[in-house]
Design a protein around this ligand. Structure first.
Ligand code: GRF
Length: 201
């Protein structure tokens, strides 16, 4: 089995897409070993618990409060995933923390990130809102979703594993666009994981 960790910070709809895909046999040989959140209130933790998947709540604040660095947080989390859970791949699905090399060096290009925009567009947070505003200003007529490897500390860059355009329609509310983007994320993330982890099975 290929053991993956899914890292979340919020609602966890992308985590749910992976859980459902594994349960439906769409990701043969893949096992979610653990779900990690840096926010205790993340609903995704409940989704994992309901699916019988081990969860870890790992806030950064105790490190900051005791003068420990972000790199120490990253190194400790990597050690937990590798040694306690034997994790081979890390999936950042709405994970709102930028990893340093203190984490990434443990996974040798086996960390993937989901970003709700096309390569080179709207890095960081609020990407869907930024695309919606840019469309209203006539700058773009569509946005998209990408999944990329995270080899280093660059934000929302790295080799693209999968990407999909998402149209924006004139009558779109922001909520309608968000729903369309999230639907695309759910599909694309499972397809990317299948291409990366199940090809040839
Ligand atoms: C997704 O749009 C993800 O790309 C972004 O935050 C959202 C997470 O959604 N980083 P969910 O928690 O998977 O529902």
């Amino acid at each position: 089995m290929t053991r993956i960790a899914v890292l979340i910070s919020g609602f966890g709809s992308n985590l749910q897409a992976i859980i459902d895909a594994v349960a439906a046999g769409q990701l043969p040989g893949v096992e979610i070993a653990v779900v990690v959140s840096n926010r205790k209130a993340a609903f995704g933790l409940q989704r994992a618990q309901q699916a019988g998947i081990p969860t870890e709540y790992r806030p950064l604040k105790p490190y900051r409060d005791t003068g420990r660095s972000r790199e120490e947080y990253d190194a400790d989390l990597a050690t937990l995933l590798c040694e306690h859970y034997q994790v081979e791949w890390v999936v950042q699905a709405g994970w709102m923390h930028l990893f340093s090399m203190a984490f990434l060096r443990h996974f040798h290009n086996r960390v993937i990130n989901l970003h709700p925009a096309l390569p080179g567009m709207f890095p960081g947070t609020q990407s869907i809102e930024q695309a919606w505003e840019a469309c209203r200003r006539g700058k773009i007529d569509g946005t998209g979703v990408m999944i990329h490897l995270v080899p280093d500390e660059a934000v929302d860059e790295g080799p693209v594993v999968a990407q999909q355009k998402v149209p924006i329609y004139p009558e779109d509310t922001l909520q309608a666009l968000e729903a369309r983007v999230h639907d695309t994320e759910h599909y694309l993330l499972v397809r990317a994981l299948h291409d990366l982890l199940c090809a040839g099975l």
